[in-house]
Design a protein around this ligand. Sequence first.
Ligand SMILES: NC(=O)c1ccc[n+]([C@@H]2O[C@H](COP(=O)([O-])OP(=O)(O)OC[C@H]3O[C@@H](n4cnc5c(N)ncnc54)[C@H](O)[C@@H]3O)[C@@H](O)[C@H]2O)c1
Length: 331
Amino acid sequence: MTDKLRYGVVGCGHLGRVHAEKLASVPNAILAGVFDIIPEKTNATAEKNSCRACASIEELLSLVDAVSIVVPTEVHHQEAVRAFSAGKHCLVEKPIASTVADAEEICTLARAKNLKLQVGHIERFNPISEGFKLLPEQPRFIEGHRLSQFSARGLGVAVILELMIHDIDLILAHVKAPVREVRASAVAVISDMPDIANARIEFANGTVANLTASRISVQKMRKLRFFARDNYLSLDLLNKTGEHFLLAPLKESARPGYLPALQHEATGRKIMFRQLSYPDYDMLTAEISSFVDCIINDTAVRISGEDATAALSLAKRIEQTAMENLNRIFS
Ligand SMILES: NC(=O)c1ccc[n+]([C@@H]2O[C@H](COP(=O)([O-])OP(=O)(O)OC[C@H]3O[C@@H](n4cnc5c(N)ncnc54)[C@H](O)[C@@H]3O)[C@@H](O)[C@H]2O)c1
């Protein structure tokens, strides 16, 4: 394989166009071509990014080593199977597929063909990932809020698969225990699917995660907070900032970078804290670059098909529980 990977984008909608644009900043790849079932979208994206406007998916696959699959979730499976069968590495947007069975089939095919499969759980490339290194060994309680303003795109799936799945993936990457119990409720407001959902996920090690997602919020918010026995980590994934609080014995000397927050003579305890701030960068460019480098160097991808299938499986379990308790504003 030459140093520069020949890359293609399948689907030139809202996010596919962005994938195509970001390729210009990916050092080890060139955008060879794009394809959308709507020729006008193919042509506009190809013209803007100076690459081949492919008239068919077969034409695109014949030109490239790897593709981003950025089509509606319902056709991720169909297009991933097609690309793997043609021997191409795939970056499949999240969620990996509509069903766990389809996701498992995609993973099995990628393994059988010895091709790289990465899934677009982009938050793993958030600069705030550095903050996750401060995570307590075993958080007792995790609180997540992911609120977005309304957009007509994505309404075909519940907010759990559209938004909450990002936090589900992040939490599964950090809590190394099986899920014991799921409780969930949801409200369908503007669409017929849950637009607001809350899930309480209890893990076998005792960790509890309480996640809320909404796609009809006035304000955007992406926050995760981790509570442990002797420390508390609050991360703002949108603004790339956070706070880390540590509980320590009163007599413990100051820690570099931490300021005193409060102290209590009677219990002999004190709390220290540190403000966190991480330099921003383009997360999608980082995600595609990482995928390309894994192909070139034959290393493991950051978000495997198996990780994404686990996130999908839990999201589906939450969705099913939420649907049983679905409250509709209009019925
Ligand atoms: N990682 C993230 O944060 C994130 C954000 C937004 C969307 N997404 C995911 O990206 C995917 C696409 O979302 P979008 O917002 O760009 O949707 P979109 O509807 O704007 O675009 C989808 C495009 O795919 C085209 N298409 C449909 N079937 C096709 C096929 N078989 N072959 C080629 N093109 C086809 C459509 O014509 C359309 O242009 C979805 O799976 C979504 O969940 C991920």
